[in-house]
Design a binder for this molecule. Structure first.
Ligand SMILES: Cc1cc2nc3c(=O)[nH]c(=O)nc-3n(C[C@H](O)[C@H](O)[C@H](O)COP(=O)(O)OP(=O)(O)OC[C@H]3O[C@@H](n4cnc5c(N)ncnc54)[C@H](O)[C@@H]3O)c2cc1C
Length: 257
């Protein structure tokens, strides 16, 4: 599995902060002075004016720290107060690579997210690697909802791994032969297993993303979708660090109804 942030709302946490300020303030959020007070200064672009106006002895580090602290405090208060609506304004899109159709079925149940999935009617799947379940992949213990802590005997694991690989080879060979002999991919795909790999683009706003990470990151979710939830949170750290940190420290928490 690979997960990458494909695109996101520019300065997502600023959008959250500005939406909240809209709710609680007399001022219009589009007012430039107010915006500057909530936004970390982009020193590379030379936003020096605010610093000169607001600090007795201008120091880039002081200014950055002060503005970041303001924003962090505001966002954490919003989350503490369960004011989640403001987190619906910014959104992010993830490119998800080589996950199973089983994961796809779980992820696409989330109705506040948007998805595009690789088509089995257009793409040829003969040479794609089938996802190997965690239990058969390595001998490390891992959690499973129905079996608890899975710690399979190594001989048993190896036996089933071998049988799994043979079975997958047979299925993909059947699929390849059928396509070659004129069976349309849309019908030949019925022989492909649920472990068939798929690439997905998934988009959602920060609230819906936190909801997905919340319930798909918990111990009772499956190992693969748990891994996805972790990867998404890691990616979010890059662009929405305050939210991602808060989430990591407090999850799981209920985000609505
Ligand atoms: C561990 C685990 C096991 C699962 N097992 C199964 C299973 O065996 N079979 C199965 O079919 N599914 C299963 N699911 C899927 C689960 O039932 C949900 O469909 C899925 O997790 C989507 O999450 P959600 O219900 O929070 O809805 P989302 O679509 O993510 O919506 C987010 C929130 O919006 C609100 N919401 C959205 N739509 C509505 C609505 N129409 N009415 C009222 N409120 C709404 C709810 O508060 C909801 O929590 C499982 C999920 C987990 C995490």
């Amino acid at each position: 599995m690979k997960v990458e942030l494909l695109d996101y709302t520019d300065k997502p946490e600023k959008t959250v902060a500005m939406a909240a300020r809209n709710d609680y303030s007399d001022d219009w959020v589009a007012d430039v002075g107010y915006e500057a007070a909530m936004e970390p200064i982009d020193f590379d672009q030379g936003d020096y004016e605010w610093v000169e106006d607001n600090l007795a002895e201008p120091s880039w580090d002081d200014a950055r720290t002060e503005l970041e602290a303001k924003k962090k405090s505001l966002l954490e208060q919003l989350l503490d107060r369960e004011h989640y609506g403001v987190f619906e304004h910014p959104s992010a899109s993830f490119a998800i690579n080589d996950v199973s159709r089983s994961l796809m079925a779980q992820l696409t149940r989330h109705r506040h997210m948007s998805f595009d999935v690789q088509s089995q009617r257009y793409v040829d799947f003969e040479d794609k690697d089938i996802v190997v379940p965690e239990t058969l992949r390595d001998s490390d213990e891992h959690l499973s909802r129905d079996a608890g802590l899975v710690d399979l005997d190594e001989d048993v694991r190896q036996e089933y791994r071998q049988r799994y690989d043979e079975l997958m080879d047979d299925l993909t060979e059947f699929y390849g032969d059928a396509v070659e002999d004129g069976v349309p991919k849309e019908d030949a795909r019925f022989a492909l297993p649920i472990g068939s790999p798929v690439n997905i683009v998934a988009s959602g706003n920060l609230r819906s993303l936190m909801h997905v990470m919340n319930i798909r990151g918990k111990a009772n979710a499956q190992w693969e979708v748990r891994e996805l939830a972790d990867e998404m949170n890691d990616e979010l750290h890059e662009v929405a660090p305050i939210t991602a940190n808060y989430f990591e420290e407090n999850a799981p928490f209920k985000l609505g109804l």
